[in-house]
Design a protein around this ligand. Sequence first.
Ligand code: ZN
Length: 145
Amino acid sequence: MAAIIQIRQKEKFMGTMKHGVDLLEEITKICQERSIHLGSIEAIGAVQKASIAFYNQTKRDYVIMTINEPLEMTSLTGNISIKDGNPFVHAHVTLADSTGNVYGGHLAPGTIVFACEFIIKTFDGLMLERRFDEDTGLSLWSLQE
Ligand code: ZN
């Protein structure tokens, strides 16, 4: 059975990031500074290099992939909730190289912004807290069914 809660859209922000910042750290910083506890994010732009992760479901561990070349950020989509009492960003990215081939994965620290335009939507609802999930080994939303 799916676990679902109702949320109401609150504020919307549009912005850009400074050249050279760490993409995941910057999104997290924005959420902390604006007290965004529940929301979604989308972004496009380009990165100087990338660090993305793949979750190995058998080993229950993230495998980090580093791509040391300029890439187009064709898509970033993610959500914002609470983990260990603080805003936590979970985002996935699709990044294209100079030939149009794409890499995709879970956004990890070490992805450096060349340019980034983002939209953040915030929601009213309960505090969505991440907790350890036995079935997956991941920190997932703990919702009452
Ligand atoms: Zn992920």
